[in-house]
Design a protein around this ligand. Structure first.
Ligand code: HSE
Length: 436
């Protein structure tokens, strides 16, 4: 029996989960691998805090070199997060011939290319299942089980913090701020929640999934990203009235020579399976040309679920090691020389249905003026609500449009704003209707 030696960088929450998993399920993993995994070194700046796990003497170290330059370590798990020093440590470990497992979505989405090129030169694996969807095995589904498909689209609920907040706002009819506070109290939202609520976390994840599904590099700076902090209780109430749920949706679409990659609050019909994904759960809907729509659902974060994804990658690399198949899977699912650089469609060119909530002054002809402007830009109204209750000088008018081009919507809204009939900025929420 062989021993596969593993080193860990970063002994935080997920790192602790990895130790728990490797200890509690050592036998089952050995039965499945036919060989033994040994966690030989863990490097962290803090080696005194009690994480509730027992480690053999000498495993913990503050010296990162004890892991990345260790002559016997085969696989390095990086759970430090962020760009630096994580990137430098990974590149050094690759240069030393180590295989890499990481949960670092920001690093892989922004600097993945450099890491992948270094790994390809060395013939080592880089796996990052835990970077997207926590414990949901979406990356291995794309790279392995569904690899005979051309992917048409990806729709994802990929951030548990946002999904928890939107779910609670829907259930309670509350506004954003008090629900965010509740999420922070419960430990679901970070003290500084910006990264989650403004969509960056989701954008990193959809950038990675789009690259994997569509066989392209994705320039992260080109990913349109809008978070949930402007969503109000009133919009959720109108959405419910119209039969929709509002979700922070990550969207990837394949148009052949162009792709769409975007993140924004999105209204989806309440009857769709994704509309039923509530609380901190994540889900990804992949549509392949042969498999059709496929929904993966589960825990998108948390110590144990994320550790499960990390250790799945460790097991996959270990199986390659023992079978002699080094770096069997292309890191991004396509052979390196087949990866294209497909352009991302500018937002002005996307086509969507739109929910528009105007706040207008209360005078005759306002509705006709709005409808006239929309008509001028070829935007057709699908439905409309004007509730009886409203303040004397402030009238909400809620419209759902037929499919329209975003540029036409922006031009029409700009022209409507110039009419001096609008008393507050117009709320726009894109609507995803026509699932393929
Ligand atoms: N912060 C993320 C979330 C989990 O709220 O879903 C880690 O990606």
């Amino acid at each position: 029996m062989r021993v596969i030696n593993v080193g860990l960088l970063g002994f935080g929450t997920i790192g602790t989960g990895v130790v728990r998993n490797i200890q509690r399920n050592a036998t089952i993993m050995q039965q499945r691998l036919g060989h033994r995994l040994a966690l030989v070194k863990i490097a962290d700046l803090d080696i005194t805090t009690d994480r509730g796990v027992q480690l053999e003497c000498g495993v913990l170290t503050t010296a990162v070199d004890d892991v990345i330059n260790h002559p016997d370590i085969d696989i390095v798990i990086e759970l430090i997060g962020g760009y630096e020093p994580a990137k430098s440590f990974i590149l050094q470990a690759i240069a030393n011939g180590k295989h890499i497992v990481t949960a670092n979505k920001a690093l892989m989405a922004v600097h993945g290319q450099e890491i992948i090129e270094a790994a390809n030169r060395q013939g080592v694996s880089v796996m990052f299942e835990a970077a997207v969807g926590g414990g949901i095995p979406v990356i291995s589904a794309i790279k392995e089980n569904l690899c005979s498909n051309e992917f048409n689209s990806i729709l994802g609920i990929l951030n548990g913090t946002c999904n928890f907040i939107l779910t609670k706002m829907t259930e309670k009819g509350s506004d954003f701020a008090p629900v965010l506070q509740e999420a922070q109290k419960l430990g679901y939202a970070e003290a500084d929640p910006t990264f989650d609520i403004e969509g960056a976390d989701t954008a990193h994840k959809i950038a990675l999934l789009s690259a994997l599904c569509f066989g392209t590099t994705v320039d992260f700076d080109q990913v349109y990203t809008e978070g949930i902090s402007n969503i109000t209780a009133i919009d959720i109430q109108f959405a419910t009235q119209m039969g929709y749920k509002i979700k922070l949706l990550a969207i990837g679409k394949n148009h052949g020579e162009q792709i769409e990659v975007r993140v924004h609050p999105t209204m989806i019909p309440g009857t769709y399976q994704l509309a039923e994904v509530n609380g901190v759960f994540n889900a990804v809907r992949l549509t392949g040309d042969f498999v059709g729509p496929t929904l993966l659902y589960g825990s998108g974060a948390g110590m144990d679920a994320t550790a499960s994804a990390v250790m799945g990658d460790v097991m996959a690399i270990s199986r390659d090691q023992v079978s002699g198949a080094r770096a069997r899977l292309p890191i991004m699912g396509y052979c390196a020389d087949q990866i294209k650089a497909l352009p991302i469609k500018p937002m002005s060119e996307i086509v969507s249905h739109y929910y528009l909530r105007f706040t207008t002054i209360d005078q005759p002809g306002v509705l006709a003026k709005i409808a006239g402007c929309l008509g001028k830009y070829d935007i057709s109204i699908q439905s409309m609500i004007q509730p009886e209750w409203h303040e004397a000088d402030s009238v909400p008018i809620v419209l759902m449009t037929q499919a329209a081009k975003e540029l036409d919507i922006s031009n029409a809204l700009e022209e409507i704003w110039q009419l001096d009939i609008i008393s507050q900025p117009t709320c726009l929420i894109r609507v995803e209707h026509d699932l393929d």
